[in-house]
Unconditional design. Structure first.
Lengths: 291, 272
């Protein structure tokens, strides 16, 4: 009896507030838009046969016919991929240096990496608005050093979105790589060097392959949330930065086209399934390797 | 002790500068006299004064705090239950669906979670307000809690529980007297995580909040869309200060506890 309650309570909660809402999104993505409240035609209210008759894929056909959506999906994928790569470029050297740091520094270094994660995401993105704007800190600094003579336009461009994603998701990249490098047996690198490898060769042939799991885990942890990101493109990106999270938001709040917004959500989820499954598999393999 | 090479020192210095300079600049400019956020016009705390007079922000802060306390507490209870079921529950019908529902919200884009919950609330005719935000936050936060707690449950010596059961405890007593004290640190960090996630959340709250309840992130976001403002800088500084203080004191407490534990173990070893 106790066991039943224990299972039933969280189970019901998640069914009611996670799975069912999701099915509703799916259903609304297949219904028609209407100028009413709620602004769509409910399809399930009059039985199962009319339900299947009323289903239509015109929202998906609309998504396929309009360039905007294709471009938004592709550009989200591109932005997420490039920023994941940039985060890896910034994060790997940091994780490497942390793993090489004296033992007694490591807890402090770890805390310094984790601390920004506890700070509000919105505030961390906002901080860059003041730095990247036309008369912002970065431009003032560059003008002062004489490197540039005209202020650069960075805020409201895709470059600012890259900076924002790298900045906010950096801890997610550093921590798994650090965990992998921390476990790495230093004598393997010494052995490689004794056997005639240069330091760079030893790094490329021994350290990188042995930290592969950390690199893969970190990359997924950045790529997956970056793909559906909304706050960063809407605060730092400009009108030229198309990202699907922003499109969904605008479709919902500005155009009030719920069926199309739901269809956008369903396709975004379909795109996300591949990296999520790959990520799960990587985590599982790693867990098995550890046992 | 080995020393860091120049390369490692440089990458650490640059990396941490990148992580911290933006926030440091934000904090410095919150004490700027000028309304123009990019021109330094002398030290002043007037923006903090204006912030404390701003009813709209104070109201939003109060709503946010209420939502965070309620949802993180609910999420901790539900998440701990879910973790216990996952690790100790054995086999039951629909276990795969259950563990899928625990892990899926962690990777679900917030825009989708928000949209789907809003459609549910409208579908069942629930008025949007504090209650709907609490329900939404509890749902995604309980998954984080259950991940944190289940990792602790996995490393936990099961024979302790079995001993309690052998000595006549009921299942619930064994949980309360043996399991809970041991997993307490994980439960507490789960609560803290749920609390910060709720304080932070903009997207899900925007979908599920109604006109009667606005949270602080929603307020900040709509102010920030118009550009940088010194009042928001002051507010951000306050929030950064609170978080920094909280994280540092939590880590000091846990460090002291582990030192004490080490000392106790050494004392016990000597006594033998």
């Amino acid at each position: 009896m106790q066991r039943l309650i224990l299972i039933a309570v969280p189970y019901t909660w998640l069914l009611a507030l996670f799975l069912v809402p999701f099915l509703i999104v799916f259903k609304i993505s297949l219904s028609d838009v209407e100028l009413a409240i709620p602004p769509y035609t409910p399809t399930l209210s009059d039985g199962i046969v009319p339900f299947f008759k009323a289903l239509d894929f015109e929202n998906f056909a609309f998504l396929a016919s309009d360039d905007l959506y294709w471009k938004a999906y592709l550009s989200s994928l591109r932005i997420a991929l490039i920023s994941t790569f940039l985060t890896l470029l910034v994060g790997y050297p940091m994780a490497y240096a942390m793993a090489r740091a004296p033992e007694e520094w490591r807890p402090t270094l770890m805390m310094l990496v984790i601390l920004p994660f506890w700070t509000s995401f919105l505030i961390r993105v906002y901080a860059w608005m003041g730095i990247l704007s036309q008369e912002g800190f970065l431009n003032q600094f560059l003008l002062w050093t004489g490197l540039i003579s005209e202020p650069l336009t960075i805020l409201n461009t895709t470059t600012a979105v890259y900076i924002g994603i790298v900045y906010t998701y950096l801890p997610f990249m550093i921590l798994p790589i650090f965990a992998a490098l921390d476990r790495l047996d230093g004598s393997l690198i010494e052995a490689a060097e004794d056997l005639g490898c240069s330091r760079f060769q030893a790094f490329w042939l021994v350290t990188i392959p042995l930290s592969k799991n950390g690199i893969v885990a970190g990359s997924f942890l950045v790529f997956i949330p970056a793909l559906g990101e909304f706050v960063i493109p809407s605060l730092l990106g400009g009108s030229g930065t198309l990202m699907i999270g922003k499109v969904l938001w605008e479709e919902f709040f500005n155009n009030r086209d719920w069926p199309v917004a739901s269809a956008v959500a369903v396709i975004l989820l379909l795109i996300l399934i591949i990296p999520i499954v790959l990520f799960q598999r990587n985590q599982q393999r790693q867990a098995e390797a550890e046992q | 002790m080995k020393r860091l090479s120049w390369f490692n020192t440089t990458s650490l210095t640059l990396g941490f500068a990148f992580l911290y300079l933006p926030m440091i600049i934000l904090v410095i400019y919150s004490f700027n006299e000028s309304k123009l956020v990019t021109v330094w016009a002398g030290f002043s705390t007037k923006w903090y004064g204006e912030l404390l007079q701003n009813e709209a922000f104070l109201d939003a802060a109060w709503v946010t705090l209420k939502v965070a306390v309620l949802s993180s507490t609910l999420a901790t209870v539900l998440g701990t239950m879910a973790a216990y079921v996952l690790v100790r529950g054995g086999r039951f019908m629909g276990r795969t669906v259950f563990s899928g529902m625990i892990y899926a919200p962690l990777v679900m884009p917030e825009v989708i979670t928000g949209l789907s919950l809003l459609l549910l609330f409208i579908g069942i005719g629930l008025d949007r307000g504090v209650l709907t935000i609490v329900l939404a936050h509890t749902t995604f936060a309980m998954c984080y809690v259950s991940v944190v707690v289940s990792s602790r449950l996995l490393t936990f010596d099961r024979s302790l529980e079995e001993a309690a059961l052998d000595l006549g405890c009921t299942g619930f007593e064994a949980f309360r007297l043996v399991t809970l004290p041991i997993i307490a640190p994980a439960v507490i960090s789960g609560w803290l995580l749920a609390f910060t996630l709720s304080l932070d959340d903009l997207v899900i709250a925007s979908f599920t909040a109604g006109p009667s309840a606005t949270t602080l992130p929603i307020k900040i976001f709509s102010a920030v869309r118009l550009g940088v403002s010194p009042e928001i800088n002051a507010l951000s500084t306050l929030m950064i200060a609170i978080v920094t203080f909280g994280v540092i004191s939590a880590s000091l407490v846990s460090k002291r506890n582990s030192l004490r534990q080490q000392r106790d173990e050494q004392a016990a070893a000597r006594a033998e």
